[in-house]
Write a protein that binds this ligand. Sequence first.
Ligand code: AMP
Length: 282
Amino acid sequence: MQVIETIADLRKASGSCHKQGRSIGFVPTMGNLHAGHLSLVKQAVETCDLVVVSIFVNPLQFDQTSDLDAYPRTLEQDLAKLELAQADLVFVPCETELYPHGRDSITRVEVPGLSEILEGASRPGHFAGVTTVVAKLFQCVQADRAFFGEKDFQQLMLVRRMVDDLNMPVEIIAMPTTREDDGLAMSSRNRRLSLEQRRSAPILYQVLQELRQQLREGQSDYLNLAQQAENKLEKQGFNPDYVTVRYAIDLSVPEAGADINELVILAAARLGETRLIDNIRV
Ligand code: AMP
């Protein structure tokens, strides 16, 4: 496994791979890797000739410096996991490599509308930071396929939209959310939970499952059901940001009686200081 720090070296490696007619799979991450990330890498290894993983804690997508500073950086362990997972190349740029002119005046890529709702409403500027860095990384890696987790459902939708709007020659592959045995979606943020919070955290997924069951049984008062779900979370010590039923295709609000196969339930809630997100398809 090769560890590369510069865009020039990365381009060289991907260029020679393409010249040999080999396909490139790409998994962008912010590091602190867990089994969720590794499921993306595994899929890439199984379906592509050369697998590139990037590790970059992107300052552009953090709305609070405290959050950026607190983000766990565990490069050595990450590299060991990627070696085991049989990644071929790990791109670990420093900030000035990606933002040589500073991050404030950078040309941005932003998907209007979709970037402003739900997570975007709670974290202004977050998604512009995500799409900007993903667009830059796509330019550097020149991958045939890029792998994203459904855990960050809105992010996945935004990346798909950006690729579509800007005709980027890369196929976006979505991978299901990897969960702990008790149902909690794996996330780098989970380690910030106290023991007690960690015990309560799976309730978020349970509440989503209960709401899904109600939809499957034919209930379609989405607003009311979502409100009830928020109330349940509050009773269990969460501070819910939103629970909402949306069309999976564009995250718009569904009409009553929508085909449940087209729906997704999304939620964000704080447990103490830690903000958890999760979603399930109906
Ligand atoms: P991050 O390092 O948080 O930016 O995540 C990098 C990629 O891993 C994104 O595409 C995430 O959606 C994906 N990911 C994070 N957690 C999970 C999970 N529990 N299951 C599947 N994919 C995940």
